[in-house]
Design a protein around this ligand. Structure first.
Ligand SMILES: [Zn+2]
Length: 45
């Protein structure tokens, strides 16, 4: 299992990865745009 991929778009992560906490879980995304997508998704019912 590869954990070095973006939680939003499955791109490979590099040193620019951003850590986001979603539903109490820390995940990593490749860019601010993907972090935003995940946060938006979490807010949806
Ligand atoms: Zn991404």
């Amino acid at each position: 299992m590869n954990e070095n991929t973006c939680a939003a778009c499955d791109s490979e992560l590099d040193e620019h990865a951003i850590q986001v906490t979603i539903g109490g879980r820390a995940v990593e995304v490749c860019c601010e745009e993907c972090a935003h997508k995940l946060r938006e998704a979490e807010l949806r019912p």
